[in-house]
Design a binder for this molecule. Structure first.
Ligand code: ADP
Length: 167
């Protein structure tokens, strides 16, 4: 492999909405790659109902990570490996919070390897204070009127309040 070639990484997920845990993983990934593409999946592999549209999610991620020039945000449909090939990205980043994430993540990584042997999955661990944090928890707590200001960036908090009719 040409060592001078630009290293492009993909960080795929639902990001509904982006949390401080996602932001932490994305910034950490920048120490491994030259350029990171955050890829918002059009169809979630989990059975999750969306709060924000894919376009809104992309817009929010761009807003909260606008200081990182090496990050770009896209949406994608279909197989991750096909999107990765098209972007010239051989590295896929995923976050590992707890053992509960592990089994699913391992399966996905091995399936992606089966589909495209040139792909490598890199697992990154967030700061411990984000290890309980998920988008679904943020959605649930915010829907019930709880304070999620310590879990998401201010612009996400504002959009959550607008969306949920809280001001
Ligand atoms: P998906 O639907 O693909 O699981 P998510 O948006 O829920 O998408 O998560 C995308 C990736 O970010 C996954 O690898 C997930 O484990 C990771 N992730 C989500 N929240 C956190 C967090 N608080 N800390 C570290 N990684 C996280």
């Amino acid at each position: 492999m040409n060592s001078t070639r630009e290293r492009v990484g993909l960080y795929p997920g639902s990001f509904d909405p982006i949390t401080l845990g996602h932001e932490d993983i994305a910034r950490r990934a920048l120490s491994v790659v030259d350029r990171l593409i955050i890829a918002v999946a059009h169809t979630s592999t989990h059975d999750k109902r969306g709060l924000f549209s894919v376009q809104e999610r992309v817009g929010l991620i761009r807003e909260v990570l606008e200081d990182e020039e090496r990050i770009e945000v896209r949406s994608f449909e279909g197989l991750l490996v096909e999107f990765a090939k098209a972007q010239g990205a051989h590295l896929v980043f995923r976050g590992l919070r707890a053992v509960s994430d592990f089994e699913y993540e391992l399966q996905m990584a091995q399936m992606n390897q089966e589909l495209w042997p040139d792909i490598e999955t890199i697992f990154l661990v967030p700061e411990v204070r984000y290890s309980f944090l998920s988008s679904s928890l943020v959605r649930q707590v915010a829907t019930l009127g709880g304070d999620v200001s310590g879990l998401v960036s201010p612009s996400v908090l504002k959009r959550l309040h607008e969306k949920l009719g809280g001001g």
